[in-house]
Design a protein around this ligand. Structure first.
Ligand code: CA
Length: 229
């Protein structure tokens, strides 16, 4: 599933311009027009990257950035701060708040897209790769094929997306909500229990050859792909 980018910007034309450009590049987007809404969306959707405007009504982009860095779910999220300010002191304050990058308005969409790509590549190298591997499991994303120990596995489309979501984040526990967002998309209503059903199918397919179960169930939390049993 393509990366989800959160845009927090109170100026509608700017927000739309960013949304248009991001979606043209194949990203999914979520929009918030103030810091509080941005924080709520960041916590519920756990986007892959956030673009925050500095000057927002209420909570500023810098304060929002600090809040995101203080929360477990969003601590490692790449953040780009937008601002009309260009002073060196502001730049330092922006980066001090935990932003990964800083873009001064007015900016060209091309410039922002380049920063987004660079940050995503750094955060999730697999986004720019055609193949994922974990232990003896290989996923060919372009050909939509999965092999384990050289044997081709037959996965349904949902199981394929689930496995991809897990393999892109090895060792990380993903909640059912997060898996729903990654494998089904956020617009579709699916019950949490459905995730369990598909994880069971995925497990069965992966372990067909009697191999070690690499999917770890974390009670009350979710699932991860790793060696710890
Ligand atoms: Ca603003």
């Amino acid at each position: 599933m393509d990366a989800l980018i959160l845009i927090v910007e109170d100026e509608a034309p700017q927000a739309e311009m960013l949304r248009y450009n991001l979606e043209s590049e194949g990203y999914r987007t979520a929009l918030a027009s103030d810091g509080e809404e941005g924080l709520a969306l960041a916590q519920s959707l756990v986007p892959d990257l956030a673009i925050l405007d500095w000057m927002l009504p209420g909570m500023s982009g810098v304060d929002l950035c600090r809040s995101l860095r203080a929360s477990d779910a969003t601590r490692a999220m790449p953040i780009i701060l937008l601002t009309a300010r260009g002073e060196e002191g502001d730049r330092v304050q922006g980066l001090d708040s935990g932003a990964d990058d800083y873009v001064v308005k007015p900016f060209s969409p091309r410039e922002v897209m380049a920063r987004v790509r660079a940050l995503l590549r750094r955060a999730r190298p697999s986004l720019s790769e055609e193949e994922l591997s974990y232990g003896d499991i290989q996923m060919d994303l372009a050909a939509h094929k999965v092999k384990r120990a050289g044997q081709t596995l037959h996965l349904g489309p949902t199981e394929f997306r689930l496995l991809r979501a897990l393999m892109e984040r090895p060792g990380r526990v993903l909640s059912r909500d997060r898996l729903l967002d990654l494998a089904w998309g956020r617009e579709i209503y699916v019950e949490d229990r459905t995730v369990d059903v598909h994880v069971r199918r995925l497990r069965k397919a992966l372990n067909e050859g009697g191999q070690v179960d690499v999917i770890r169930t974390v009670r009350g939390e979710g699932y991860a792909i790793d060696d710890v049993q």
